[in-house]
Design a protein around this ligand. Structure first.
Ligand code: 16G
Length: 242
């Protein structure tokens, strides 16, 4: 059994946290399983109540554990991972993880591009674009709030499509758009009031802002998207090689 090293400069709560994390990642503690109560953690690892509590609270805040009033603390489902390197739609991303996708369309409008969107899509400010705002759910719970800006000429066919039922990328594919590559950036943000209402987490919760510019096979950018993903449900893993 892993032990707390009392001579280590690493704080005890942190060591305990790492031990618990390890048990979760190696599935010694499986999703949905209750973790030992504080009292037992104290006895087992020779730490104070405060130390045990701090370790557990931090794991709850990181989304690895969740509490149920009066019943205890449980192991959460593993966060979803998006493997980078492959260009996928939200629908594909979730389906590959065996999750049910659904979307709530908050708005779909034809607008004039502002300066930022125009620069991203390499058009002139004032040119027509389509803006689609959707809450993307996985297994019936909000995962991300997504705002897509699309070139009007390329995507106008989607104005006829119900995007709460259909994948945007699949529809664009049907309309002859060849989705070839994308540039993506990631940024840590805090959920604001508007996002909080749609994501079902308190304002100020951590989130990941992902911005994507998507290109067709002629290297033309046709989509600029901003997606705010709940940090407690989403994780990104990349493979690096030397
Ligand atoms: C992903 C893409 C987004 C795209 C959407 C299409 C990121 C950050 N963004 O959410 O650019 O519009 O998929 O999803 O991955 P759909 O085909 O399921 O509608």
């Amino acid at each position: 059994m892993a032990r707390i090293d009392v001579n280590s400069p690493v704080p005890k709560y942190y060591q305990l946290k790492e031990i618990l994390r390890d048990m979760i990642e190696t599935k010694k503690l499986g999703a949905g399983q209750v973790i030992p109560p504080e009292r037992e953690l104290c006895e087992r690892y020779g730490v104070s109540r405060m130390t045990a509590r701090q370790a557990v609270i931090e794991l709850v805040n990181e989304g690895l554990l969740y509490r149920v009033q009066g019943r205890g603390t449980f192991v959460a489902e593993a966060k979803l991972r998006q493997g980078t390197g492959r260009l996928t739609s939200f629908t594909q991303d979730m389906q590959e993880r065996g999750m049910q996708v659904s979307s709530v369309v908050l708005g779909i409008e034809v607008e004039e591009a502002g300066p930022v969107v125009a620069r991203m899509l390499r058009i002139d400010p004032g040119d027509r674009i389509i803006r689609v705002r959707r809450v993307r759910n996985a297994d019936g719970k909000p995962m991300a709030l997504e705002t897509s800006h699309l070139l009007y000429e390329v995507a106008k066919g989607i104005l006829e499509v119900d995007l709460s039922e259909h994948s945007l990328y699949e529809q664009l594919g049907r309309m002859g758009v060849r989705i070839a590559s994308a540039e993506q950036s990631y940024e840590a943000v805090l959920v604001n009031d508007f996002e909080s209402g749609h994501l079902g987490v308190p304002a100020g919760s951590p989130a990941m802002l992902i911005e994507r510019i998507t290109f067709d096979s002629e290297e033309r950018p046709f989509e600029y998207v901003k997606s705010v993903y709940r940090a407690d449900r989403y994780r990104i893993t990349t493979r690096l090689e030397s």
